[in-house]
Design a protein around this ligand. Structure first.
Ligand code: IMP
Ligand code: MG
Length: 177
């Protein structure tokens, strides 16, 4: 086994556990959306791109994929505003939409996005999130959740720290600086 990068404290979720869980989530979604043709998946850049890529390849229902990019300010403040950096190419009115996100931390990003997309009148709007941190924040309902994790900074499988460690195949806890 290769040694862990010095920035990393420990592996939180192994490659194998991620792959097993992502397949389970895809099976669940395939089951629940058998009559939603097509399902419109919206991946939130950049963090969700690997999760989305793996999830979609296990899906057994017709689906389309698009992306949005968001940025948030003032992460530590309650009022932290979220901004759309890149929007969808097409309207989602009347579509069965599912937001695919890497992680729910304070919940501000998803909370904002959910409200924005709701206003565009989709037929349905669901959320599929790989990780949720165990911390006090906004209560946000997640329809499909991969894993609960402790309140630490994690990287890998799409998640980064200053754009680093995004392509690790596992999820690891970053060392505190
Ligand atoms: P929230 O708005 O506080 O829920 O933040 C969600 C966003 O912050 C996610 O989409 C991630 O991009 C980023 N984020 C939060 N926690 C982590 C982490 O531990 N590692 C990497 N990115 C994170
Ligand atoms: Mg993100």
């Amino acid at each position: 086994m290769t040694e862990l990068h010095p920035d990393l404290k420990r592996i939180l979720i192994s490659t194998e556990d991620i792959q097993t869980r992502v397949k389970e989530l895809a099976d669940q979604v395939s089951n629940d959306f058998i009559h939603a043709d097509p399902l419109y998946l919206i991946g939130i850049l950049k963090g969700a791109f690997i999760f989305l890529a793996d999830l979609t390849r296990h899906l057994q229902v017709p689906h389309r994929v698009d992306f949005m990019a968001l940025s948030s300010y003032g992460k530590t403040t309650v009022s932290g505003a979220v901004r759309i950096l890149m929007d969808l190419r097409e309207p989602i009115e009347g579509q069965h939409v599912m937001i695919i996100e890497d992680i729910l931390d304070s919940g501000q990003t998803l909370n904002y996005l959910y409200r924005v997309l709701r206003e565009r009148n989709p037929a349905s709007l669901h959320t599929c999130v790989l990780l949720r941190k165990d911390r006090h924040g906004l209560e946000f309902p997640i329809d499909y959740l991969g894993f609960e994790i402790p309140d630490v900074w994690v990287v890998g499988y799409g998640l980064d720290f200053a754009d680093r460690h995004r392509t690790l195949p596992y999820i690891a806890e970053l060392k505190r600086k």
